[in-house]
Ligand binder design. Structure first.
Ligand code: PLP
Length: 446
């Protein structure tokens, strides 16, 4: 099919996720056909810098033949076997052992096909742990506003972005929300330690109000991502973790974006110096070459849930898909061999430094980021921090113009979210930021 036919068929038959369907009927898709390094090519032959690494996930960049070969060999040898009923294949066993090496505070790992499934798994394991500890009333999950944990019902309930909830209710009960640790919007003028103390107090107040005996777990991304890229203030996790321990509440770290190098260390937990009871991950574990996610759990949780005479009644057909696990092993080998977290830290510092130049723009309210995840927040009025009215379609214009300038980033009415492959070069970062600066001037005036 040529580009015109592809666009026609897409409009006619493809129901796009997280898309304005009305507008899409008129505009159709940008069809991408090939990738190399940090760049992708469209069906008309034009190359773009992929400033969003697919969906924050193509960490090793495009065109890695080692991953193709790993998939090919496993498909040819044994395309599929489940991990139910005590079955296993070499790739899933090796990947579980590799994950233990990367996250030594977790002894056991179960795999899924993505982030939402991983968070469903994490939440269910937390509840199961308390049920088997003789505390079946410990079921509530504490989350935070601006959190994004995925689209399946449990993960959706943990998600703290109202737009994802609207018109899909009722959601499962038992989810509680705290403030996002976003100084730009939520710090009432306190010092950084004062802001952290305020957030910690909010957590403790919520726990005492609800009763710690009713709360199973706190779920949080080390750096909030899809809700608006929120690197926490200094000392945030050090303030939160002891409160959770005090009230016997499990900590689930959602490392779906932050895992596998993006924050400048292999995991966000290393970047921020804490250890969760359960870690969920996905995206960067295969750099998106095939779908895979999973969770790691502490030895204490494993000990409890492997009680006598109990079946662990949770898992997906594709928990530990051998092809996905083989690709994950090859992908992790590339990340380690090329120490891509180092490039994420270095290029991330450059990215943030260059993006901060945009703060001089009359409509850039805030620039924030950690490693290779960043956000340029645009506002109608800098003084009041008032966002743009949705009716103006600012996000749509930013998307159109940035693509015309040869870069793909996530654009919405909040601004640009940027998360390129971890292999991005110094020159590509400059090209990317220059294109975004020109886009801002063109859409919102210089
Ligand atoms: N958790 C986080 C932090 C995410 O960013 C995402 C997706 O962006 C998810 C979970 C959901 O992952 P998936 O879309 O693979 O279900």
């Amino acid at each position: 099919l040529n580009t015109e036919q592809l666009i026609e068929q897409d409009i006619a038959h493809h129901l796009h996720p997280v898309t304005n369907l009305h507008r899409h009927k008129r505009q159709g898709p940008l069809v991408l056909v090939e990738g190399k390094g940090s760049k992708v090519r469209d069906s008309e032959g034009r190359w773009y810098i992929d400033g969003f690494a697919g969906l924050w996930n193509v960490n090793v960049g495009y065109g890695r033949q080692e991953l193709v070969e790993a998939a090919r060999q496993q498909m040819a040898r044994l395309a599929f076997q489940p991990t139910f009923f005590g079955l296993a294949t070499p790739p899933v066993i090796e990947l579980a052992a590799k994950m233990h090496q990367l996250l030594p505070h977790h002894s056991h790992f179960q795999f899924t096909s993505g982030g939402a499934e991983s968070n469903e798994t994490a939440i269910k394991i937390a509840r199961y742990y308390w049920a088997l500890s003789g505390k079946p009333e410990k079921t509530k999950i504490i989350s935070r506003r601006m959190a994004y944990h995925g689209i399946a019902m449990g993960a959706l309930a943990a998600t703290g972005v109202p737009a994802y909830h609207a018109d899909f209710g009722p959601l499962p009960p038992g989810f509680l929300y705290l403030s996002a640790p976003l100084a730009y919007r939520n710090n009432p003028g306190l010092s950084e330690p004062g802001f952290v103390a305020m957030l910690a107090q909010e957590l403790e107040d919520l726990i005492l109000r609800e009763g710690p005996e009713t709360i199973a777990a706190f779920i949080g991304e080390p750096v909030q991502g899809a809700g608006g890229v929120v690197p926490p203030p200094e000392g945030y996790w050090q303030a939160i973790v002891p409160i959770l321990k005090k009230y016997e509440i499990l900590l689930i770290a959602d490392e779906v974006i932050t895992g596998f190098g993006r924050t400048g260390e292999m995991f966000g937990q290393t970047t921020y110096g804490f250890q969760a009871d359960i870690t969920s991950f996905a995206k960067g574990i295969t750099s998106g070459y095939v779908p895979l996610g999973g969770v790691g759990i502490s030895p204490q949780i494993f000990e409890r849930i492997s009680a006598p005479d109990r079946m662990f009644m949770h898992g997906f057909t594709y928990s530990g898909h051998p092809v996905a696990c083989a690709v994950a092993l090859a992908n992790i080998a590339i990340i380690e061999r090329e120490q891509l977290w180092v490039n994420a830290a270095e290029r991330g510092a450059q990215l943030l430094r260059r993006l901060r130049e945009l703060e001089a723009h009359p409509h850039v309210g805030n620039v924030r980021g950690k490693g290779l995840m960043a956000l340029v927040e645009v506002v109608e009025d800098k003084g009041s921090k008032k966002p743009f009215d949705a009716a103006r379609g600012i996000g749509e214009r930013l998307m159109q113009v940035s693509r015309e300038k040869g870069v793909i980033v996530r654009c919405n009415d909040t601004g640009f979210a940027i998360a390129p492959p971890l292999v991005i070069t110094e020159q590509e970062i400059d090209e990317l930021v220059n294109a975004l600066a020109e886009t801002l001037d063109e859409v919102l005036g210089a």
